[in-house]
Design a protein around this ligand. Structure first.
Ligand code: BG6
Length: 468
């Protein structure tokens, strides 16, 4: 397969935009149940209707095409295809994604399809979720169903969106279901099974001789040490494996990171879930490319004292809490007072785009990279015509893009960029108030679409840089 042009597009994920949570035979997923039932759904929001992409996909794809975008990254809802997670296939689910894929192609938009973006079928959650090795096998079977049904037209696949961040939120922060807090045993086991499921799917994709490329999407985890760090080598080793190498080494080199066992020991985790029989699967299931979701760096230093603590902010402007972690015997987040932060306490540090891309080249050579997400979340108020001016998003995303282009000029094999997000959608736990879209969705007014200032800015930027 060859995609010759630089890909400029935008991205969404099924649960965050589709809605139609119980239509046309879709099974329940873990987020449907969590958002309907859990008191930890602090903003009392859900994805029942979301951006109503299920019924409005044509309008959204038309806007992408009119905005000069030549690619669209979206995910498939596993429970829409296989309602129970394993077993019977839902023909209506296949039909829906056929319509989306075909309409993209009709409009000259290359689909980039993610198989799993957090929305685990509830029947899989009930048997232990990704803690259970059988879920990796069920994922593998589901992936093959997708390859068989859509692989003739989809030429870019991603297995799993952000295995590290997903495992982290679900088993360390505890804000995503199943809401375990600081449970590192579960975190590592789940991460391992996610990598295993991904490798199995990639291995099959290759053995089936599919025409296309397949990779994994990682949350940019480039580690930067606070210059005052004392045990530099040790802190880097631990944080690198934790944030980055567990996913990237396993996916790109086809083997678990060197010294993983030492780091697991430091993290007081028993490595019983690692099986030697899986090692050939990792070898054969190497990714053709990596998708990087770039929002921030991981700025760390020596663990000081006190107990393990997680800092997270899903409240936005109502909380002064910064994002970070302190892990006993491992490392802790360092807070750089000179770096901007958004209202959710996360660093806004566009240079990390350049740094992470250069690190990719240094570590993994000429590996093909797509920036599968980059964007800016903020509160927004429309003017009297419903129009949103979002200069802050334009400025920040513009800086990120400039750093990406600089790394490209310096030889990094980065061939695509996806703005998060195509339109306003559900932001996990943060609800609908935290907006990322370049198209406004008027949630109170029949989900009307109104392109924002950033939509037009992006359209012009693509026109200017189409042929890079
Ligand atoms: C990425 C996810 O981690 O960040 C997206 O892949 C998510 O699904 C995005 O929406 C922004 O994060 P949040 O929590 O602000 O919505």
């Amino acid at each position: 397969m060859s995609v010759n042009k630089f890909l400029w597009g935008s991205a969404t994920a099924a649960y965050q935009c589709e809605g139609a949570w119980n239509e046309d035979g879709k099974g329940l997923n873990e987020w449907d149940v969590f958002n309907h039932e859990s008191p930890l759904n602090i903003h009392n929001e859900d994805g029942d209707v979301a951006s109503d992409f299920y019924h409005r996909y044509k309008e959204d794809i038309d806007l992408m095409a009119d905005g000069n975008q030549n690619t669209y990254r979206f995910s498939i809802s596993w429970a829409r295809i296989i309602p129970q997670g394993s077993g019977a296939i839902n023909p209506k689910g296949i039909e829906f994604y056929n319509k989306v894929i075909n309409y993209c192609l009709e409009k000259g938009i290359t689909p980039n399809v993610t198989l799993f973006h957090y929305d685990l079928p509830n029947e899989m959650a009930k048997i232990g979720g990704w803690e259970n090795r059988e879920v990796a096998d069920a994922f593998h079977e589901y992936a093959k169903v997708c390859f068989k049904n859509f692989g003739d037209r989809v030429k870019i696949w991603s297995t799993i969106n952000e295995p590290r961040y997903y495992a982290y939120c679900s088993y360390v922060v505890g804000n995503y279901p199943p809401n375990y807090k600081a449970d590192f045993g579960r975190f590592w086991k789940v991460l391992y099974h996610l990598m295993l499921g991904s490798a199995k799917a990639i291995q099959s994709y290759k053995e089936l001789g599919m025409d296309g490329i397949i990779g994994i999407v990682h949350d940019n985890g480039n580690v930067e040490l606070d210059p005052d760090t004392k045990e530099k080598e040790l802190v880097r080793l631990r944080a690198d494996i934790f944030y980055s190498r567990m996913v990237l080494d396993t996916a790109l080199l086809g083997k678990l990171p060197d010294k993983l066992n030492e780091v697991l020991k430091d993290n007081s985790v028993d490595a019983f879930f690692l099986h030697e029989e899986d090692f050939p699967v990792f070898q054969k299931g190497r990714a053709d490319y990596v998708g990087l979701n770039v929002y921030n760096r991981q700025y760390v230093t020596d663990y000081s004292q006190g107990k393990t603590e997680v800092f997270h902010n899903n409240v936005g402007k109502g909380s002064a809490s910064k994002e970070g972690i302190r892990i006993k015997n491992m490392f802790e987040t360092s807070f750089d007072p000179n770096t901007r932060r958004n209202l959710w306490g996360r660093e806004v540090y566009p240079k990390c785009m350049y740094d992470c891309l250069m690190e990719m080249k240094e570590r993994y050579g000429n590996v093909l990279v797509y920036i599968t997400e980059n964007g800016h979340g903020q509160y927004e108020t429309p003017d009297n015509n419903g129009y949103i001016k979002d200069p802050e998003r334009i400025k920040i995303c513009g800086e990120f893009i400039d750093y990406m282009l600089k790394a490209r000029e310096e030889g990094v094999n980065v061939q695509g960029y996806y703005l998060w997000s195509t339109m306003d959608l559900y932001s996990w736990i943060n609800g609908y108030e935290k907006k990322y879209g370049i198209v406004r969705v008027d949630f109170k007014n029949n989900n009307r679409r109104i392109p924002k200032e950033s939509y037009y800015w992006y359209k012009d930027l693509i026109a200017a840089k189409r042929d890079i």
